[in-house]
Design a protein around this ligand. Structure first.
Ligand code: CAA
Length: 310
């Protein structure tokens, strides 16, 4: 076990991880590692976002206490394990693993990987939680691309068992094995895939969501009927339109664009209704409206009316 003494803390490097980005995915990842005894450095440029993330984590740990999955002492221990940072450099300097979970934007992610190449320890594993951006391309920013890998967590992170582990073209076996061990240590199930557009999860999920939007766009049926059919008929926990709102319509559109451009195949072309909704700022649950409207403290209701074919 390698340790580093600083002015304040003796770091156990193999148990120190940094999470960059304190949004929905970042705070879920921090929650899970902290609950499993890791020291988590959670970084975000916005102090407000960090504050919000800590209150979301506390709320989600409370759910687990209520369900008797963890004790209140476990909750306190998990919260104490999380340290917040408004800058990347001090967050990553003693990290064994860095997980980038910032906005799904290739330019921003590329810049972060350039920074990590300078700021993170030379042997640290550099992971991205990207849902579709090429790991091989992000690895081009790093002197030793074999240490770059994808760790694609699913939302809500504390609930979903899967981590899709994406091996870039140059990811080493040693790094992949260490990431598989880490996933097991936080009680997630890792499944390995290679680095092609959309990996496996979104290559299969997004065409289904897009097809559901086309069915609505073409007037085949209503929002709630489409969702009911997939929930009741296929045992999906959420219908595809509800799930698209949950993921974020902007995120769905950007993943479909990656598939469309990456494969050059028109079957991935995003439905014009999705494009219009995102252009209008209707990004789903996080914006208060998508296929459903989400009034605070009330049940969601369908926002898009269906015209019966005449
Ligand atoms: N943290 C901790 N626990 C949470 C939680 C959170 N953020 N959100 C929900 N839970 C827990 C609840 O406490 C509850 O626990 P019990 O089973 O012990 O009762 C359980 O999860 C179910 O929650 P609810 O009863 O509140 O609600 P639900 O039954 O409607 O389930 C859901 C909610 C888990 C989100 C479920 O609807 C679901 O599984 N939906 C599908 C989610 C999915 O497909 N995620 C993947 C999206 S794709 C992605 O993330 C990747 C990408 O690249 C786009």
């Amino acid at each position: 076990m390698s340790t580093v003494q600083t002015n304040k803390v003796l770091y156990n490097m193999s148990k120190t991880i940094a999470v960059l980005g304190a949004g929905t995915m970042g705070n879920g990842i921090a929650h899970v590692f902290a609950m499993h005894g890791y020291t988590v450095h959670l970084a975000d440029l916005s102090a407000r976002q960090l504050q919000k993330a800590m209150s979301v984590i506390s709320h989600n740990l409370d759910r687990m206490v209520r369900k008797e999955r963890i004790t209140s002492d476990d909750k306190v221990r998990a919260l104490v394990n999380i340290h917040t940072f408004e800058k990347v450099a001090p967050a990553v300097e003693h990290a064994y693993l860095v997980i980038e979970a910032i906005t799904e934007n290739e330019q921003l992610k590329t810049n972060i990987f350039k920074d990590l190449n300078q700021m993170a320890p030379e042997r640290a594993i550099l992971a991205s939680n990207t849902s579709s951006i090429s790991i091989t391309r992000l690895a081009r920013e790093v002197t030793f691309p074999e240490r770059v890998i994808g760790m694609h967590f699913m939302n809500p992170v504390p609930v979903m068992k899967l981590v899709e582990v994406i091996r870039g073209y140059q990811t080493s076996d040693e790094v992949a094995d260490q990431v598989l061990d880490l996933c097991a240590d936080i009680e997630k199930i890792a499944v390995e895939v290679n680095d092609y557009p959309g990996f496996i999860s979104n290559r299969i999920l997004m065409p289904m969501i897009n097809e559901a939007i086309y069915a609505l766009f073409e007037g085949v049926s209503t929002v709630d009927a489409i969702d009911d059919i997939m929930k009741l008929g296929m045992a999906h926990p959420m219908g595809p339109l509800e799930l698209a709102d949950f993921i974020g319509l902007d995120v769905c559109l950007s993943i479909l664009d990656v598939l469309y451009e990456g494969f050059g195949n028109p079957k991935y072309a995003p439905c014009p209704l999705l494009v219009n909704m995102v252009t209008a700022g209707k990004n789903g649950r996080k914006s208060g409206e998508g296929f459903y409207t989400y009034p605070p403290d009330e049940e969601p209701y369908v926002s898009i009316q269906f015209n019966r074919p005449g």
